[in-house]
Write a protein that binds this ligand. Structure first.
Ligand code: TYM
Length: 327
């Protein structure tokens, strides 16, 4: 039994990338481990957000977590800003971070490009807050997609640095990537990862897309000029990405998929990928629309915040004592 922590930003649509890279892992971990899953709204405000939309998106994400199969009896589900220790430890972790190492983060480089000249300082100091999220719970396993691996490396570095300076207090967490789909690619440009902030809506599938939208997006997805269904992420990026989606929803191996589609072309395969996704997402979508309206959701989040506060405050008190922020 290990301690597991992960988070997702409530910044708009939740995509198939989030689902396959992160949420599917959460579902399978919840049965064996002590799990904390967070709606990281303080991370979301590192870029401008509309307040009402942010509130709605946080609630929407909570409903999606549950609709996807997280059981509130088994996991602690909560909103980051309702546990003040995150921001408090985040500040402390900032004071032991170096500007140089933060500037080297790929996500900072990418996201700051789209912010013009006025780059919010929070985009730079994002990783120490993420480190705080993880370290508050003595986390051992952090299930994430591949794009968060670099943030997890800096989390581990900061934890080591703190332990060396102030005595061993933090557990050093391990990153866990999914076996397939650790980097789901854009449907329009398979060189880029699928991202909820992509301005082209055909580039991603939202977990709440209708069957028609899913079918249209898969049909329009970019593939190479060949016609052979073969897993080759170097030379056949588009079709390999669709195979990863198919594999992730059916549990079939790439070999099995190749055998099944030996005599068939891209057209048939795309239709089947769309069907598998539509069928796979239907139960999630049905549960989502029931949950989003229910007050039960608020109760789950309030209980989650209470449980998370208990654990997080204990760690924060130990940290403050270790560094001299106490009487
Ligand atoms: P975020 O909100 O961008 O994404 C949430 C999770 O989804 C994964 N993911 C993907 N996986 C595969 N393919 C993709 N195309 C894809 N796009 C997103 C991400 O890797 C992530 O696991 N910084 C984090 C949120 C965070 C966090 C944490 C995560 C804050 N504190 C503590 C773990 C632990 C983020 O922006 O994820």
């Amino acid at each position: 039994m290990s301690i597991v922590f992960s988070g997702i930003q409530p910044s708009g649509t939740i995509t198939l990338g989030n689902y396959i890279g992160a949420i599917k892992q959460f579902i399978s971990l919840q049965n064996q481990h002590t799990c904390y899953f967070c709606i990281v709204n303080q991370h979301a405000i590192t870029v401008p957000q509309d307040p009402d939309q942010l509130r709605r998106n946080s609630r929407k994400l909570a409903a999606l977590y549950l609709a996807a199969g997280l059981d509130p009896e088994k996991v602690t589900l909560f909103i980051q800003s309702e546990v003040p220790a995150h921001a408090q430890l985040g500040w402390i972790m900032q004071t032991i971070s170096y500007v140089g190492e933060l500037e080297r983060m790929t996500q900072f480089k990418d996201k700051s490009k789209s912010q013009g000249k006025s780059i919010p300082a929070g985009l730079l100091t994002y990783p120490p807050l993420m480190a705080a999220d993880v370290l508050l719970y003595n986390t051992e396993i952090v299930p994430v997609g591949d794009d968060q691996a670099q943030h997890m490396e800096i989390t581990r570095d900061l934890a080591h640095r703190f332990n060396q300076r102030f005595g061993t207090l933090f557990t050093i967490p391990k990153t866990q990537l999914p076996p397939t789909g650790s980097r789901v690619m854009s449907l329009q440009n398979p060189e880029k990862k699928m991202s909820k902030s992509d301005p082209n809506q055909n580039a991603y599938i939202s977990l709440l897309d209708s069957p028609k939208q899913i079918e249209k997006k898969i049909k329009k997805s970019t593939t190479d000029s060949g016609n052979e269904i073969r897993y080759d992420p170097q030379n056949k990026k588009g079709i390999s990405n669709l195979m990863a989606l198919y594999a992730s929803f059916t549990g079939e191996t790439f070999d099995q998929i190749e055998q099944k589609y030996l005599e068939k072309g891209y057209g048939q395969f795309k239709l089947d990928v769309a069907d598998v996704l539509i069928e796979g997402l239907k139960p999630l979508q049905d549960r989502y629309y029931q949950l989003i309206e229910s007050s039960h959701l608020d109760q789950i989040l309030s209980d989650g915040a209470e449980k998370a506060n208990e654990v997080a405050t204990k760690t924060l008190t130990k940290v403050e004592k270790a560094i001299g922020l106490s009487r």
